[in-house]
Structures are given as C-alpha cells and as structure tokens.
Design a protein around this ligand. Structure first.
Ligand code: NAG
Ligand code: NAG
Ligand code: NAG
Ligand code: NAG
Length: 443
C-alpha cells in the first residue's frame, strides 16, 4: 500500500512540475507575458508582430523576483521573445513615467509628443544603432523591479553618467565598468530638466554604499567631539600655545569638511550641490595644509631653538601659518572653480558638484586624502583604488567609518587623556567639580 501511495505521489509531483514547465534554455528575464497574443493552431503565438514558435513558450504560475525567489501569480503563458528579437527591460508599463523610483500614470498627449522614443543599442559586433523602443524592440514591462526602494538613474548628458545598452540586454555603467543584468537595472521614461523626456536606466545603490543613517550618526558624533575639543583648547590657557592654536585651526577646517559632507549626504538640490562641493573641497584642503603646519611646528620644536627653520619664520609665525594654510587652499579652490567655469571639455573639467554620484566620489577622495595617522592614510589610498571592486569596497567600509569618526578619535586621544584632564581641573570653573570626581574615581 505504501508503495502505491508513494508512486502516486511521485507521479503527481512529476505532473505538477510538468504543468509549470519552463522554457528550456531560456532565462525568465528573457521572457514576456504572451497570454493576450494571438495563438495559432500549431501552438505558435504572434506577439507584437513577432512569431514565437511553440517550443519557446510555456505556462508559468509564478514571477521570478530580482533575487531569484518566486512570487506566485495567476497562470499565464510566456514566450522567450528576447531570443528572437532584442528586448528592452522597462521598470513599469511601457508608457508610464518614472519619478523618484515611483511609476506614474501614462504620459499625456503633450508628453508623448515631446518624448524621445529612441535608445542607442550596441550590437554584438560593437556597432551602435538607434532603435525605437516600441517599434524595433520587444518591451518587457512585467518583470519584477530591482529589489530596492530607491533607485538611481543615469542622465547620459552629465559627465560620468554614460552607459552602454547591449543587444543582449546587459547594461554597462561606464563610471565603474559594472555590467548590470536585467535583474539589476531597468529603464523608464523620465522627465529631465529642460523639459525633455527620455528613456533612462535605473539601478539600485551599490551594496557597498553606507546607510545614510549610520554615516550621519558617525559624522555628527565626530562634529560634536570636535566642538568639545576646540572648547577645551580655548578654555585651558596652557593649551593655547602655537601648537594648540594650529590644532584649533585644523579642527575648525575638519569641522567644516564634515559639515559640508553631511549637507552633501542629505541635500539633493543641484545648485546647492555645486556650492557645497567647492566649500567642502576648500575645507578638506585647508585641513590638509593645517596638518602639514602642525607637523612642521612639531618637527621644529623637536629640533630645538637652533632649528634652521626659525631663521625663515617671521616674528609672528602663527600669522604666517594662517596666510599659508588658508590662503593656498583658497587659491586652489579659486583655480578649480575657474577651471570648472571655463573648460568645456568634460574630461578635463574638475567636475565639482556635477552629478551626485560623481560628487560623492570626488568628495570621498578628498576627504580620504587627510588622515591623521599613517595607518589610515595607507588604508584610504588602497580603499579608493579598490573602491570600484565591489568585494574590496565592502571590506573597506570599515575604513570609511574610521574616517568619519576622526573627530571622535581626536577627542579621545587629545582630551580624554590624564594630562589634559588635569590641566582642565587646574583651570577650575564650573566643570572643575565634575572633573574632580571623575579623576578621583580613576585614582
Ligand atoms: C504555425 O502557424 C503560423 C500561422 O499559420 C505559421 O506562420 C507558422 O509558420 C507555423 N509554425 C510552424 C512551426 O509550423
Ligand atoms: C516628481 O515628484 C515630486 C514630488 O513627489 C514633484 O515635486 C515633481 O514635480 C515630480 N517631477 C516630475 C517631473 O513629475
Ligand atoms: C545616442 O547616440 C547619439 C549619436 O551618437 C547621441 O547624440 C545621443 O546622445 C545618444 N543617446 C543616448 C541616450 O545615449
Ligand atoms: C552581452 O554583450 C556584451 C557585449 O557584446 C558582453 O560583454 C556581455 O558579456 C554580454 N552579456 C551576456 C549576459 O551575455
């Protein structure tokens, strides 16, 4: 009896499997729903003027999601249309527009008139052809969207935003040379500034990108710690020597750098983006120069009064340092700004603030260029070089947090040490009592 039940179950399972058989050799993401197409008696379907033979069709009762899991849907017939004619993988129904990763209703008559229905498709032999999305290609619009709530899009008119759409459906993103499959991107009509509507590719943020919340938390804590450190250095007279004053300037530029980084993380306005980009650039370069000044003064004090450098320094070295460490960054920023305005060739332009993606990239590079400690220095340079390789980029996310926490690290290293706390205690005042009890506990 058991054997009979067993075999019946096996047969039933086989039958079940057969009833939603897939098209052999055809990826789900190369199929389209053809249940509304005309069916011939020999089993072929005529879909959008394309004859799909019976062996390239099958019944499906599921929809494959971007992560290859299945979602149950009503049974329908699908055809492997993309093996017969190049497909274009839409995010939403073919005449809808996308705005902030959300599909909106069909385009109006007016929008249809001014909309550009052509895409550049690169054939397997490397030649580029212009194709009408509806007339020359098969539109796939019922595939599951890439699995992220908010997608980036590319505007090919901006520097660093170029892409190549291949005949086989892959999309090459030029800035990181990543080849995205139809699971990872989709295209949709999109309104651009200047009233034009074009078909633009959308894709998910890189998996190695940091969550905005944690990035913000790290940076805000850092900024608070910088303010605390500056206050301590201003409050305690003994710390207000030449090193101390240079250190305060360094911290001030670091604070500004974090501030603009934070604004960049949260602001979307492109006009603001450019200004913030230049201000951030200035702050980071200034921090870098102040760091060099600190090294110089340290080195000079180690080599004693006989240091040859003393002969070249004016009576008021702090003033000279200020001119140097604020002036040169200002000059550099001005030159960058002028170059950005004057140079037309997009490959030569410094591209401050053009395209959010790009700004982030450059910004990170500059921010990464100053690191208090040698470890961080080397880590960061390697990190930047490897940032285009996803696996490595993930490993170096830790280095990024280290960078955003520099203010916190400085606070711990420079303020929360016994000698500084002791100076603070000597200075007296309202925090004296708090500190006394704190130090007493430590003893
Ligand atoms: C199936 O029928 C259609 C319409 O009659 C015809 O165009 C097509 O060639 C046929 N296909 C096969 C494989 O016989
Ligand atoms: C997109 O949506 C935002 C608000 O959700 C709206 O302000 C904006 O005008 C929309 N843009 C287009 C082009 O429809
Ligand atoms: C397609 O190619 C033409 C000619 O090379 C170019 O002017 C146009 O900007 C391209 N369009 C897109 C969307 O890449
Ligand atoms: C699609 O074509 C491009 C260029 O011909 C090739 O580099 C890529 O590997 C192909 N992708 C797939 C999934 O076959």
């Amino acid at each position: 009896m058991r054997i009979v039940i067993g075999s019946i179950t096996a047969v039933l399972l086989l039958l079940l499997q057969n009833s939603n058989a897939e098209i052999p050799g055809c990826d789900f993401f190369d199929t389209v729903d053809i249940s509304k197409a005309q069916r011939f008696s020999n089993g072929s379907y005529l879909y959008e003027g394309l004859l799909i033979p019976a062996h390239l069709t099958a019944k499906y009762d599921y929809k494959l999601l971007a992560d290859d899991s299945k979602e149950k849907v009503a049974s329908h017939v699908r055809g492997c249309a993309c093996h017969l004619r190049p497909c274009i993988r839409f995010c939403c129904p073919q005449y809808q527009k996308m705005n902030m990763s959300v599909c909106y209703g069909d385009m109006s008559e007016d929008e249809l008139n001014k909309h550009d229905p052509f895409v550049n498709v690169t054939l397997s032999d490397g030649s580029v052809v212009r194709r009408h999305f509806k007339e020359d290609l098969i539109v796939q619009s019922d595939l599951a969207k890439p699995g992220c709530p908010r997608m980036y899009f590319m505007n090919h008119e901006l520097p660093g935003n170029k892409f190549t759409l291949f005949e086989n459906g892959s999309l090459l993103r030029h800035w990181d040379n990543a080849e995205l499959s139809k699971r990872e991107y989709c295209v949709q009509h999109l309104s651009f500034i200047g009233d034009s509507i074009r078909i633009a590719p959308h894709f998910c943020p890189l998996s190695s990108e940091h969550s905005r919340t944690w990035k913000t938390v790290a940076i805000v804590i850092s900024m608070i710690c910088i303010v605390l450190t500056i206050s301590v250095y201003l409050y305690v007279k003994k710390l207000r020597n030449l090193h101390g004053k240079c250190f305060i300037c360094y911290l001030a530029s670091l604070f500004l750098g974090y501030l603009f980084l934070l604004l960049n993380v949260w602001k979307y306005s492109s006009h603001f983006c450019v200004t913030a980009g230049f201000m951030g650039y200035f702050s980071v370069i200034a921090a870098f120069f102040w760091l060099s000044v600190i090294s110089l003064t340290l080195w000079n004090s180690f080599s004693g009064n006989s240091g040859w450098l003393n002969r070249f320094l004016p009576d008021n070295p702090f003033l000279a340092y200020n001119v140097y460490a604020w002036g040169i960054p200002l000059l550099m920023t001005a030159i960058t700004y002028i170059a950005d305005q004057v140079v037309d060739d997009e490959n030569l332009r410094p591209r401050v603030g053009v395209g959010k993606k790009l700004l982030d990239l450059h910004y990170t590079l500059f921010l990464r260029l100053f690191i208090i400690m040698g470890l961080s220095w080397s880590l960061e340079i390697v990190s930047f070089l490897l940032s285009k390789k996803q696996a490595w980029a993930k490993a170096f996310m830790v280095a990024d947090y280290f960078n955003w926490s520099q203010g916190t690290i400085i606070f711990v290293l420079f303020v929360l040490r016994p000698s500084t706390l002791k100076l603070l205690k000597e200075r007296g005042g309202p925090i004296n009592q708090v500190l006394s009890s704190f130090l007493a506990e430590q003893d």
